[in-house]
Write a protein that binds this ligand. Structure first.
Ligand code: NAD
Length: 273
């Protein structure tokens, strides 16, 4: 797949760190120029893990530039459609096109239903679901106007196929992305644009850091048997983010040209338990 994305531009949300960063590096290694969009700051005080920083976003820039690719870094919230539109317009003006969109930004809070506040419910839906809607609606017309087709990749989760215990808001948002993917695949398919989702299992990113493991333990302590859900077929049971990026690269490339409205699990079998 080397150089397969030469001359193409990929806009990636949540690209300051974690999977979004490895997606940026992988797609750049295949020749793509990158638009890295990230809040690079707190997405909610209720989250148990540290927020990404402007330094994280700058590190994504450094890694992409090291590959001799161009990159626009934009500090913005996926809840802010005007900012996403401005980033998309800038991408076309400065880099020439948008060919690949990776709607990856997301948040995750483990909590019993009684502990999910209206604020964290709304933020989870607004970022994980409406943020993907905003990302695609801010970019799709540019892809249609260019007439070159394209690939949209939505980051859902194993929680979008099964259930992540003690995360009703997260699981709801990630299930909804399956319907969103199918709906956009129908309408953008008319313009040769493919739309697929990826469903990672556990991934070693900063989302799992800070107090995340303690928060999971706290949320399941009255119902510990649910900890047996979400087991994988293979050890160690979680993946490095580069493994998700390999699948994103496949979906971005012509190798997956026959696929749209598909929902690919990258979870070492987790969805089957
Ligand atoms: N880590 C996992 O185990 C796992 C498993 C399945 C799915 N996912 C999903 O993968 C995606 C990437 O997560 P990650 O593991 O890289 O986590 P991460 O927390 O390391 O990275 C997420 C990035 O999204 C950004 N972001 C959050 N809210 C934003 C907003 N409102 N606007 C713009 N940017 C925002 C963050 O600043 C951060 O850089 C998420 O959608 C997540 O739900 C993660």
């Amino acid at each position: 797949m080397s150089n397969e994305l030469q001359g193409k531009v990929a806009l990636i949300t949540g690209a300051a760190r974690g999977q979004g960063r490895t997606h940026a590096v992988k797609l750049a290694s295949m020749g793509a120029d990158i638009v890295a969009y990230d809040i690079a700051g707190s997405a909610g005080e209720f989250l148990p893990y540290p927020a990404a920083t402007t330094e994280d976003l700058a590190e994504t820039r450094r890694l992409v530039e090291e590959l001799d690719r161009r990159i626009l870094t934009v500090q913005g919230d996926v809840r802010d459609k005007a900012a996403l539109r401005a980033a998309a317009d800038r991408a076309v003006a400065e880099l020439g096109s948008i060919d690949v969109v990776v709607a990856n930004a997301g948040i995750c809070e483990p909590a019993k239903w009684q502990d999910i506040t209206d604020e964290s419910w709304q933020a989870t839906i607004d970022i994980n679901l409406t943020g993907v809607w905003n990302t695609i609606t801010a970019t799709a017309q540019h892809m249609i106007d260019a007439g070159n087709g394209g690939s949209v990749i939505v980051t859902s989760s194993y929680a979008g196929k099964k259930v992540q215990p003690m995360m009703i808001h997260y699981t709801s948002s990630k299930h909804a992305l399956v319907g969103l993917t199918r709906g956009f695949a129908i309408e953008l398919g008319l313009h040769g644009i493919r739309v697929n989702s990826v469903h990672p299992g556990g991934v070693a990113t900063p989302m799992g850091g800070g107090g995340m493991l303690d928060a999971i333990a706290e949320s399941t302590k009255e119902n510990p048997k649910v900890n047996q859900m979400g087991q994988s077929f293979m050890e160690p049971g979680w993946l490095e983010p580069e493994k998700i990026s390999d699948v994103v690269a496949f979906l971005a490339s012509d190798a997956s040209g026959g696929m749209t409205s598909e929902h690919l699990s990258v979870d070492l079998g987790t969805q089957y338990f």
